[in-house]
Write a protein that binds this ligand. Sequence first.
Ligand code: SF4
Length: 350
Amino acid sequence: MTALRTAGEIIAAGLAPEARRDELDAVAARYAVAIPDAMLRLIDPTDPNDPIAKQFIPDGRELVTTPDERADPIGDLSHSPVEGIVHRYPDRVLLKAVHVCPVYCRFCFRREMVGPQGLGTLSAEALDAAIGYIAAHTEIWEVLLTGGDPLILSPRRLGEMMARLADIPHVKVVRFHTRVPVVEPERIDAALIAALKASGKTTYLAVHANHPRELTAEARAACARMVEAGVALISQTVLLKGVNDDPDVLAELMQAFVELRIRPYYLHHPDLAPGTSHFRVSIAEGQALVAGLRGRISGLAQPTYILDIPGGYGKAVIEAASITATGDGCYSVRDFRGNEHRYPPETATE
Ligand code: SF4
């Protein structure tokens, strides 16, 4: 795989004018840049609002950190008992073996940790300690391999890690979070798929995609290969201003996931990562978009709209409530057209 990584390469590819060189250089000096071929091919350089370009081409606004933004927006570090582990919820941990990605998203919530100047790859000793922590904590039912992007590791290294998790009886589920099926689908070959599975464990893989155009024929084929090999797929999407804050785009994306046997899972409200305010919609706008999906598309295609509470307090569902107590022991329930109904209904009269 090749990828554009510098201002010069981005300008030479026709994705930005020479006049933006200093701006691109300044952002690239601060945050990692990589635009792999598969994403490069999707960008329309004549469209100033191209939703793929917005996700990956550096923007001078990234150098503006607002007072509410923070380097560790979801509080990974405050819940890290040993290097590479985040233990925020009782029954599951994140295992972050690598802090490198095949693509660098301009809105990344871990942008201070990933990339060439990020936290790097766990040493053999640190990985031993992380696996030891999982083995010692019998309440851990699920391990989430994230990062960075765990699928950037070779099948051999992934397979070794999965074999070690397979030896821990209380771990029942291993979940990968990755951009690779979309941004480098050719990597999803038989060897890598075999490495995703561990004897006696169930493997889930969360495919990260934010716009239906990302689901190219190659990405769709990569997902099909995993499903047919017994890997359960779920989706993860970040709600992003100018990329997918549009009911048609969100509906098309969620329906495409279902068609690909990817269960729509989370729609994230964007985190307070530094230099990302230009991507954030308001929570009210997000709630209106999600409410608009109800009734419009199948229940199978509905994502859960969530916010990671800043500071490491975990995720909260933030959809607008469709039911309110009326104070007389009854409720008012809103249907998908926005009409209110009393529950239970008034007793029918003759
Ligand atoms: S793939 Fe994930 S971790 Fe990597 S840059 Fe994008 S959002 Fe961040």
